[in-house]
Design a protein around this ligand. Structure first.
Ligand code: AMP
Length: 305
């Protein structure tokens, strides 16, 4: 099974306390599509301008990502710029230039509409819903979101939530969406809004997965050096969706999602080791397998006596 990914494709400028790099490949869909591509074929829906470097197109094609849904139009590609504080967690957005993204309408080519696993990466919830309007009957729909949409498009987001199987968001966004301080209460409240499953990401502290009376707390892989956290959440979502597409035969249950969350976390841990998608360019299946094995050993515990 392949994964349909829709989201932003950007040229990012990222500053950390030690480095700054301009016009890097970024965007929620770029990270998510490449993350998913380590497990399954991917169909990508997005938009770029005529300034989008052909090297990036070649890289995405080389990852077995179908670009039939990628629109390339006259104008400039979406640009985003952010700066990380000393803790490499707090981030300030420095600028956003929507450019061609401003008038983006995601249109699914023939052959995309019957995709079974759908990842609605971070874009306006009305556009995420527009993608679902064009689909026949996806088996499992995952949506990501951000604080901006909770602030300015809450009604659209609530309408979307009633149509998705799983919502992925970070701890601050979960609190903002529900008004709950407790993430456990927030997870339960979001489930009442529609999605059967909710993943709340906690950055370097891992993530919480909620299902029907089921709960899983997944640690984050311990890393000494984080070079660029941008796109960690998108890579996590992509890895999770790709793993599901590769492994699920039948209805998606909590056990499969537990495994998918672990592989999403493994993928995200690689992504933050370098700027943009650089680490994912050289990542191999054996890198993933060996990190999964060490993550598994350090995550299991047994009480003796
Ligand atoms: P994350 O680190 O998971 O928040 O994702 C960062 C990526 O999101 C960057 O590569 C940006 O290009 C992209 N991005 C930033 N703002 C937006 C937005 N309003 N809509 C869609 N994508 C965005």
């Amino acid at each position: 099974m392949s994964v349909l990914v829709v989201g932003s494709i950007a040229l990012d400028t990222v500053k950390t306390p030690v480095e700054e790099h301009a016009d890097l490949l970024g965007g929620s869909a770029s990270y998510a599509a490449v993350g998913a591509s380590f497990f399954s074929p991917v169909k990508l829906v997005g938009i770029v301008g005529d300034d989008f470097p052909s090297d990036h197109i070649d890289f995405l094609k080389g990852r077995n990502i179908d670009l039939g849904g990628l629109q390339q139009v006259p104008g400039k590609t979406f640009r985003w710029s952010g700066e990380y504080m000393w803790d490499m967690n707090t981030r300030e957005t420095r600028s956003v230039d929507l450019n061609v993204f401003e008038h983006f309408t995601p249109t699914l080519p023939a052959g995309y509409t019957d995709s079974q696993i759908v990842l609605l990466a971070n874009i306006a919830p009305s556009l995420q819903s527009h993608v679902l309007d064009q689909m026949s009957r996806p088996q499992f729909v995952i949506a990501d979101t951000m604080d901006l949409w909770i602030n300015i498009a809450r009604a659209d987001l609530e309408a979307l939530l009633s149509r998705v199987d799983m919502l992925i968001l970070n701890d601050g966004e979960a609190r903002q969406l529900t008004g709950e301080t407790s993430l456990i209460k927030a997870g339960a409240k979001i489930r009442e809004m529609g999605p059967k499953f909710v993943a709340i990401k906690k950055g370097e502290h891992g993530c919480l997965l909620f299902g029907d009376g089921e709960f899983f707390s997944c640690a984050a892989y311990p890393l000494e050096d984080i070079h660029d956290p941008t796109g960690a959440g998108d890579t996590f979502a992509g890895g999770l969706a790709g793993y599901l597409a590769a492994s699920v035969r039948g209805p998606v249950g909590f056990a499969q999602l537990r495994a998918a969350v672990v592989f999403g976390s493994v993928l995200a841990s690689f992504n933050v080791e370098a700027f943009s998608l650089e680490r994912l360019r050289t990542l191999t299946q054996s890198d993933i397998d060996s990190r999964y094995q060490s993550f598994r050993l350090m995550s299991q515990f047994e009480v003796i006596g």
